[in-house]
Every structure is written in structure tokens, then in C-alpha cells.
Ligand binder design. Sequence first.
Ligand code: FPP
Length: 262
Amino acid sequence: MAFSQEAYKAYFADAPDDVDVDGIDLKRVPRHIAVIMDGNGRWAQRRNLDRGYGHAAGVSALKEVITACVRLGVGALTVYAFSTENWNRPKEEVDLLMSLFASTLIDELPLMHREDVRLKYLGDMDELPDDTRATFERGLSETADHAGLTLAVAVNYGSRAEIARAARILARRCTSGEMDPGQIDEQAIERELYTFPLPDPDLLIRTSGEQRLSNFLLWQLSYTEMVFTDVLWPDFDRWDLMRAILTYQRRHRRFGGVSDDE
Ligand code: FPP
């Protein structure tokens, strides 16, 4: 869906006092935002609820952020929903998350159609339960011709495993004679990462006060601006997103060089 000034204004009306919506430069909105959605469990525990309620509330937060990204004209939103390490959680929580992914993908297909969102999957799908994998496959095929926001969902994703997989693919090409080792450059590796052909994220947001990458997009985040917030993911809303983008826009990105004004 093409950016609409009216839809944007309506979605970001009535801002809280500390959010200077007029201060945003709509021409410098991040093209790609990556999010580590952390704090669902603590959100639930603070309310004496099971962790599952936190994950369900996390889905609502994600829907708001997807819509906000569409209204802002963001090109891609990548979210870390389940890491390769998350299999170590209690079985009940893993099962609940897998069925939540499946049910959310089905329930939110109308949202993806309405907002022209194209789904992308990052990770090893082969290890997912059959029904979860089937819903991802359905979501991918049903949204394949959408041209608005790309929503990349990382499930059973680990960045080191992703890089090792790329190395294996390239090594096989070399042993079969299809490729020479001298041709392995940064672009060749990038082409084999799950995120291809998305541009690297401009902005990474991690919620819940934790300040680490947890094996997420280690290659792709090399020059990404990072914004950490204490807000727990289920409480994260369009205004928190706007705050993060305003923080991002106040930073000078130098990519290892010097900026014009220095
Ligand atoms: C981290 O919080 C969050 C997760 C492991 C799951 C995130 C998943 C969603 C928000 C659902 C998204 C749905 C789709 C379809 C992509 P935590 O449990 O680690 O929280 P804690 O650190 O407070 O325990």
C-alpha cells in the first residue's frame, strides 16, 4: 500500500506530550526495522497471570506495530519471535508459542491482505511442528504478491546457524566446481542469508530493558542503530515506536566514515 499522508496523520493523532510527532522527518523513516520483542513473561507475571497471557498480549502489540509501520511507510519489519535457544523452555510454553504462531498467522491473514503486508520467514522451518509449518507456508503463498510492508518473522532462528548454513551452501558450490573460493565475498554470503534480499536493518529495537543481541541478525546489524527501552513488549505501542524512530533520527550514522558536518 502506498504511503498516505491522511492515513498516517489519523493513526498518529493525539500524541502523548513527550512525543514530538511533527519532529519526524518522513523522508528519513528507517527502511527496515528489526525488533527483539522481549518481556512477555514478566508482563504476565506482574499481573499474576500465566506466561501465555503475556505472549497473547504480545500479539496485540505486534499488530499495532505492523499497522504503525505500514502508516509510516516502513519497507520491512523483522521480528524475533522464537530463537533456536527457545526450544529449551518448558514444553508447555513451546507448544503454546507454536500454536499461537499458527493461529495468529491464520487470524491475521485479513490484516495482511488489507494492509498489503508480505510475509517472509527467517529460520529453519523443517524443525517446526507440521501445523505451524503449514500455516507459515500458507501465509507465505497467500501474501507473495503483496507489495507493501515486508513482515519477516524469525522463528527457530539463530544468527550463527544462519551464517554457518550460508558457509555450507557456498562450500558445496565450491566442491561441485560451480564456484571458486575466491568468489566468496560479502555479497555472496548475504545472498545465502535468510534475510536476502532485504536491506540491512537501519534500526534495532529491544524491549524490556535487556541490552544484548541474543544471536539475532549478527551479520545484518553491523551498522544498525540500536534503541533499547524498558517498556515490556506487550505494552509497546505506536508511540514507543515513534519515540524509537525520533531517537534514531537524532543520531548521526557514519558507517565507519565521517559525516559532512564533522
Ligand atoms: C520474549 O518474551 C517473547 C517471546 C519468546 C515470544 C514473542 C512472540 C510473540 C509476541 C508472538 C508473535 C506472533 C507471531 C505470529 C510472530 P519472554 O517470554 O522472553 O519474556 P520474559 O523475558 O519477560 O520472560
